[in-house]
Ligand binder design. Structure first.
Ligand code: BG6
Length: 491
């Protein structure tokens, strides 16, 4: 059931956080819930129940979270008074996730007050998803007010994703199952929808006749940190391309939906995924570059290579960088290259989408002409840049110089912007599904990346080395250069 914003602020809710002591819970979810609380957006009458394996009291758990807030950026840390009020929402329950009687205990806790909304957030290791969903179903923890939120990675290939979806759908309907891709909660991504479907300006240009290529870059300067074991089983393709990068691509390439309803949007996104040119063993070699970082320098500091990171097995062939070229086989986009790129330990933390326009058909001004481009910046800043050419001034009118129209959303909107997890948690509580990924989208994304995984597995060659602090292996630039393009930071 979808509820209005005003009603959402007054509804009682129970949010059950499986994996309540895990990394995701304290790094992202608790800070996001606290921000929602601080902004007065968390509906009054909520309870947050953290579930984990070990024995703790509510007081212990609150102390644990309090101490973890020390790692959050200072402006997002609660003061003592704020934390005391926020902590009143927090409770803790020990559960062995394999034990039916522990789910019976949870059901009793939920039934005792029958909240308007129950959100079951699975922030555990994904190998537990099927067990938890099956046990929740068996315990009868269900009803129209219940939603289950699944955090990525949702499977490690198509078959495992389908298995998770099969078990989830045995207990919950599609509209109860909310698959998170936190990139969809980023303000810049919501602004991308606004830009495309709230304004008429760009629509006539948003097509093959005007756009030369599209580049999506999700670059991180950090390495794998302490997550070496998880990352080594995952790699950049599964960690960032199958989900975040493809979701951004669908938002750029989709046709205008007929309404703003979740399924109208998701139907259009699915069509894009189905229109992506499938990879073959040959095109993987030509159009996909994988890399792995070696020791290097990031922000002036020496950093180790991937193989020297904690918990990374010796000789690992896991990729920490992927760049690929694809096309969308439909009338709007035929022939336009879409380049996707992501990596750890790159030169900067920089996430952006660049639409490079075609050059003017007949240049009349002397000097090099430079095609227009639109840059949608996701982070570190969140904004839009439209790159144009302009005449600089008197006497030199014919010499054009590059200029840009620059919209910084943080400056444009005086109020503090809502972070990705804050937005998605509030949407989950209110039952707004637009920003969650449907099972068919997710499976189609796996279907598309699988030939890449297969080709890599059977290839004698491993990932190409790149120095930490660079923009990845030189083969990535060579791949776009084949089309006469350069990555945006090289322009
Ligand atoms: C996660 C990946 O989904 O996204 C991480 O598992 C990655 O490896 C993170 O670091 C990046 O998210 P953000 O919001 O910091 O760009």
């Amino acid at each position: 059931m979808r509820v209005t914003r005003r009603a959402a602020r007054n509804m009682s809710f129970d949010l059950v956080l499986f994996g309540g002591t895990g990394d995701l819970a304290w790094r992202k979810l608790m800070p996001a819930l606290f921000q929602a609380f601080r902004h007065g957006k968390l509906p009054a009458g909520g309870r947050i129940l953290a579930v984990a394996r070990d024995e703790r009291t509510d007081t212990d758990y609150r102390g644990f979270i309090r101490q973890k807030f020390a790692d959050v950026e200072p402006s997002k840390q609660p003061n003592d008074e704020e934390f005391t009020r926020f902590a009143e929402l927090l409770q803790y329950m020990r559960m062995d996730l394999s034990q039916p009687e522990h789910y019976a205990g949870l059901k009793a806790w939920l039934d005792a007050r029958a909240a308007d909304t129950v959100v079951l957030f699975l922030a555990t290791s994904p190998h537990l998803f099927t067990q938890i969903c099956a046990q929740l179903g068996a315990a009868g923890i269900n009803g129209p007010q219940v939603r289950v939120v699944l955090e990525k990675p949702l499977g490690h290939d198509l078959a495992s994703a389908q298995e998770i979806n099969r078990v989830v759908s045995a207990s919950f309907t599609e509209s109860q199952a909310l698959r998170i891709d936190h990139y969809l909660g980023k303000p810049a991504v919501q602004n991308l929808s606004a830009l495309r479907f709230g304004n008429a300006l760009f629509e006539p240009l948003w097509r093959r006749e005007s756009i030369a290529n599209v580049q999506i870059t999700l670059a991180e300067s950090l390495g794998v940190g302490t997550r070496g074991d998880f990352y080594d089983r995952t790699g950049a393709l599964r960690d960032m391309i199958q989900n975040h990068a493809l979701q951004l691509l669908t938002m750029i390439a989709m046709e205008p939906p007929s309404t703003s309803d979740a399924d109208a949007i998701r139907d259009e996104k699915l069509k894009v995924l189905k229109s992506l040119r499938p990879f073959t063993a040959e095109t993987v070699v030509r159009d996909v570059v994988r890399g792995q970082y070696k020791a290097g320098t990031v922000a002036g500091e020496p950093v180790p290579g991937y193989l020297e990171e904690q918990k990374v097995p010796a000789g690992s062939r896991t990729e920490t960088f992927v760049a690929l070229r694809t096309e969308i086989q439909n009338w709007r986009w035929a022939g336009v290259p879409f380049y996707l790129r992501t990596g750890k330990r790159l030169a900067a933390r920089d996430a952006q989408i660049v639409l490079n326009f075609r050059p003017v058909p007949h240049p009349i001004f002397p000097g090099a002409s430079r095609p227009n481009k639109l840059v949608i910046k996701l982070q570190p800043e969140d904004g839009l840049e439209l790159h144009l050419l302009a005449a600089k001034g008197a006497g030199n009118n014919e010499l054009l110089v590059p200029v840009k129209l620059d919209l910084d959303f943080d400056k444009a909107f005086a109020t503090e912007r809502v972070g990705a997890y804050e937005k998605l948690l509030l949407d989950a509580i209110a039952g707004r599904l637009n920003l969650f990924v449907r099972s068919d989208e997710q499976e189609q994304a796996w279907r598309w990346v699988e030939p890449i995984l297969d080709a890599w597995e059977s290839s004698p060659e491993g990932p190409r080395p790149y120095a930490a602090g660079s923009w990845g292996p030189p083969a990535s630039s060579a791949m776009v250069a084949r089309d006469g393009c350069v990555w945006d930071e090289e322009q």
